[in-house]
Write a protein that binds this ligand. Structure first.
Ligand code: NAD
Ligand code: MG
Length: 366
């Protein structure tokens, strides 16, 4: 049976002189003109990793070469623990050894790890070179490739070194998701659910109705989820590029989620898994404060579960939980700031009474 090809979809991240397009569609890696259009000079360095390179590097390289570009590959080891200073230096080592000048465009081909690290390399190589995101995980297509946060981890904290640096373009080829491990698909869906919950109740309903299709990687359903997620994130970023206020709502589920990641040791749960469970916890806290009703809370838990994500939190002990949440970047003056739903489809940023928080944690742990 011939596969139906969906027409590519374009949207704009409206940031004045730093504005850029996001194109979402099938087989975009093979569309030589599309990729090359966003590359100002002749030289390109594609940064990728040992998992993604065998799958997609050759196709992207051929497309670029077909338009006369000179391509230098940089292939890094795979893993969150590789998002570090050593691998950032490896990128610079190759760029300098190959005499890549300041007109060289860096292309990030991979998930959020490659995107964040390549973006930071682009922000700092020769004080800034053009950069294009080619995200290949669902999480990167719906979240990390949009918005200009770039960086690496420090042994003492995740994403602690970085810069705001916007790409020239984001090119999301949805067919690359076919090779994604199921756990990684679920992790991306956590951020999709988050986008619906904080801003768009109608989109949340749509995700509920279509969760089976999304889990089955139905091309049309995935394309819609990616498009709507990018629209929501782009709109928030347009209003608050550097997280002075509003942008913090994108951290819904992340205050609890980060505590899970740090408490269990990074990498024990995927980020998206921790966020999925964190969404359930933030919903429970919202319910206890009377911001959403029990049926909304139940819908959120059911959706997170249907997306293949954990809904029962690890038992770290209430004190440790609170200690871990206090190190969150968005806190000020020791007060933990929570993103809560009031009601489902609208986010509020607030502090909460400690006893309610402790009850919430105790009711969510397994
Ligand atoms: P990841 O980059 O580690 O990718 C997950 C795994 O999938 C890796 O093993 C990767 O090699 C593999 N992979 C990638 N594409 C594939 C494909 N098409 N087929 C098969 N395997 C493939 O993880 P991620 O979830 O994409 O991103 C997580 C990172 O993103 C974290 O470091 C996080 O801090 C960051 N992040 C950044 C932002 C931001 O705004 N900059 C937002 C959210 C997350
Ligand atoms: Mg996240």
């Amino acid at each position: 049976m011939p596969t139906l090809t969906l027409a590519p979809f374009d949207l704009q991240v409206d940031l004045g002189e730093r504005a850029y397009p996001i194109t979402i569609g099938q087989s975009l890696l093979d569309d030589a003109g599309l990729v090359a259009r966003h590359i100002p000079g002749r030289r390109v360095a594609i940064v990728t990793n040992t998992t993604v390179a065998p799958l997609y590097l050759e196709r992207l390289t051929s497309s670029l070469k077909a338009t006369g570009k000179q391509v230098t590959p940089v292939i890094l080891p795979d893993g969150e623990e590789e998002k570090n200073w050593e691998n950032l230096m490896r990128i610079f080592d190759v760029l300098l050894a190959e005499k890549c000048d300041r007109k060289t465009t860096l292309v990030a081909l991979g998930g959020g790890v490659i995107g964040d690290m390549t973006g930071f390399a682009a922000a700092t190589y020769m004080r800034g070179v053009p950069f294009v995101q080619v995200p290949t995980t669902l999480l990167a297509q719906v979240d990390s490739s949009v918005g200009g946060k770039t960086g690496i981890n420090h042994p003492l904290g995740k994403n602690m070194i970085g810069a705001f640096y916007q790409p020239q373009a984001v090119i999301a080829d949805t067919l690359t998701l076919d090779t994604l491990p199921p756990q990684e698909l679920s992790a991306g869906l956590a951020e999709v659910i988050k986008h619906g919950a904080i801003i768009d109740a109608e989109f949340f309903n749509w995700i509920e109705t279509n969760i089976d299709k999304l889990m089955a990687r139905d091309a049309g359903a995935l394309a819609h989820a990616i498009k709507r997620s990018c629209e929501i994130k782009a709109d928030v970023v347009r209003q608050d590029e550097r997280e002075g206020g509003l942008r913090a709502i994108l951290n819904f589920g992340h205050t609890f989620g980060h505590a899970i990641e740090a408490g269990l040791g990074f990498g024990t749960w995927l980020h998206g898994e921790a966020v999925g469970c964190g969404i359930v916890m933030a919903a429970e806290l919202s319910r206890r404060l009377g911001y959403i009703d029990a049926s909304a809370k139940a819908r959120i838990t059911a959706l997170v579960q249907a997306a293949g994500l954990p809904t029962v939190a690890p038992d770290l002990g209430a004190e440790r939980w609170i200690e871990l949440m206090q190190v969150d970047k968005k806190n000020e003056g020791g007060q933990i700031k929570f993103i809560l739903l009031k009601p489902l489809g609208t986010a509020v940023i607030t502090t909460v009474p400690q006893p309610v928080l402790i009850d919430t944690i105790q009711s969510c742990v397994g």
